[in-house]
Each structure stands twice: as C-alpha cells, then as structure tokens.
Design a protein around this ligand. Structure first.
Ligand code: PYC
Length: 325
C-alpha cells in the first residue's frame, strides 16, 4: 500500500494513494459505511502504531461520486471514521499538488458529509470552504467527575463538538495530559447524561478555548495578525489535535456567529496548543448555518510504502491511546 504523509500545523495526515480497500461506487457516506463494516482492519493497520502515531489521521483517496468533484476522500483515525477533517483536507490538497494531480486554483472535494471547496494558494497554502456548520444546543451543563459542572455548546463543523469557553488547565503543551484527562471526563459525562448531536449522534470531540499565547506571525499564518484564541481539541482516538482543528474551528465560528460575536467576513486567527495557526472567517449559509472558510499550510514529509506481513503478530496495529471510553 502506498501513502503520502504530510502534516498541517503539526497534525499528521496519511493519504492512501494506492492499494487501499475497494469500496465500490456510490455516495461517499455509503462507501464509508462499507469501509467500517468490511475493512476496519485496514483502518487500524494504517493509523495505529507501529505504522502511525496517536494523532495520525488516515485519508482514503477515492473516485468521487459527484462528477463536479476532483476527488473523494474518507477520513479515519485511531478510533474510527470521521465525517470531515479540516487539517486533513489541507494535507490532502497539498499532497495532490505534490503529486502533480491538482493545480493552483479552486477545486471541489467530496467527503461523506458533503462537498468541500479548496483553493490552492501555493504548494503549501490552502484555503478550504467547509460544509455548512451550526450550533445545535447552547449552554449545556454536565457534571464531569473530578471537574464539577462544565458548560459548553454542542456544535457541528463536519464532526460533533462540545465547545467549552475556558480550560481546566493552562493551554500549553506541557499540560496536554491534564487537558486530555479533563476532556475525556467531559466526553464520558456527555455520553452518560445522554447529551448528543442532532439525531442522537455521539459527540466525540471536546474543545477548550482560552486566550492566545502567541504574538505576530505564527506557525502556519503569514498574516502577522495577533491570534484571537488558543484551543485544545480532544479527538475521538484520545490524541489531541496539534493543529487548530478545521472542523472544531468551524464549530467555534458557528457559536461565535450565533452569539453575534463575529460578523460575516471578519477574520479569526486560531492558535493550536502547539502554537500553529489557521486563519478563518465565515459567510452566511442556508437555514441559519454558516459556511466556514479556513486557511492553513501543510507540508509533505514522507512517501510511505506500508508493509503488512501475515507472520507479524502486530500487523493489525496496537492501540496505545489512553483509555477513552
Ligand atoms: O482538522 O478537522 C480537523 C481535525 C479533526 C480531527 C483531527 N483534525
């Protein structure tokens, strides 16, 4: 199996370009279901250790169902399958440029939760227009053991998020273990209290927001603008997002828009726990939703041939993430 590895603001993406499972044809949502039912071993083998790292997001490059799209993609991680992935889409676009398969300009990419537009601004710089995003529930309180009452919004940005204003520990990499532990407690509390996304969907991402740490030009942002905030995002597999999380930022923008705190077109610079940045804004969508636009940079860092040896007792990968359920 051949893959191209990249990172977007420090968050890894592994795009399978050859030798992936044959999922047939049809809408990407149906092909994602087929991937989960029949080929979950492939997901594990690609992203878990020893081939992947805890934060690795896999991306299966597919033929699109919608002929107006340049490509289709199904994202997955150590725990299962994602709806969309913002850093992963930026990584995929940079990968397709690296392979000579996409030229600068605007393209459409199909995901299981909708079409995403990408503007290739250079070999590394990519702007994405994400799927329509919205706040589903405002000011939901849960009691998280060891933390007490935590209040947040439930919002969709291509995945389901619990968006918390504030953080239980300083937003710095050395506090990642404490932040991870707290976010897992919140996620378990949400599940125990029956708090879910629309249609009962599991909320599998938790994000804490706080004041920015950086000044001036940041890692991945060339505007020189002062960041508006820093975040910590717990991903389904138990790792935290090294990037500012494109879908999480979309969910945050939806909350800011719903609260009247950010106007259409107004820029928002989001810093991740490690200081990498995305620049974002939104335009109004239909039915009270917003269309987020997110700009970041990705760098290809390896051409990888993955080897699966039948005699290797750990060929299916080893899950080393902290217990997340
Ligand atoms: O950037 O949307 C994102 C993302 C989701 C999970 C990891 N990164």
């Amino acid at each position: 199996m051949l893959a191209i590895d990249s990172h977007t603001g420090g968050e890894p993406t592994r795009v399978i370009i050859e030798g992936g499972p044959d999922l047939g044809t049809g809408p990407l949502s149906a092909r994602r279901a087929r991937f989960a039912e029949a080929f979950d071993d492939v997901r594990r083998m690609v992203v878990l250790e020893p081939r992947g790292a805890g934060a690795t997001v896999g991306a299966l490059l597919c033929e699109p169902h919608d002929p107006a799209c340049a490509a289709g993609v199904i994202f997955f991680d150590a725990a299962g399958f994602l709806g969309m992935c913002g850093h992963g889409t930026i990584g995929l676009a940079a990968t397709l440029v690296y392979l000579g398969r996409l030229a600068p300009g605007r393209h459409r990419l199909e995901t299981p939760v909708g079409v995403v537009e990408v503007d290739i601004l250079g070999p590394h710089d990519v702007r994405i227009e994400n799927v329509p995003s919205y706040r589903y529930r405002r000011g939901v309180a849960v009691d998280a053991p060891g933390l007490g009452r935590v209040v947040g919004d439930v919002a969709w940005g291509g995945n389901w998020f619990f968006v918390v204003d504030g953080a239980p520990a300083p937003l710095a990499p050395e506090h990642a273990p404490a932040l991870t532990d707290a976010a897992m407690r919140v996620r378990r509390a949400l599940a125990a209290a029956g708090v879910a996304g629309e249609g009962g969907a599991e909320i599998d991402h938790v994000e804490f927001f706080g004041a920015p740490a950086g000044e001036g030009e940041g890692l991945g942002d060339k505007s020189g603008a002062r960041p508006d905030g820093r975040n910590f995002v717990l991903c389904p597999g138990g790792a935290y997002d090294r990037s500012p999380c494109g879908t999480g930022l979309s969910a945050k923008l939806a909350c800011l828009a719903a609260d009247g705190k950010l106007r259409p077109g107004e820029p928002w610079v989001q810093e991740s726990l490690i200081g990498s940045r995305f620049t974002a804004s939104y335009r109004p969508g239909e039915a009270g939703r917003i269309i987020p636009s997110i700009t970041g940079a990705a760098y290809v860092c390896a051409e990888t041939r993955l080897i699966f040896n039948d005699r290797d007792p750990f060929r299916l990968g080893v899950s080393c993430a902290p217990a997340h359920y």
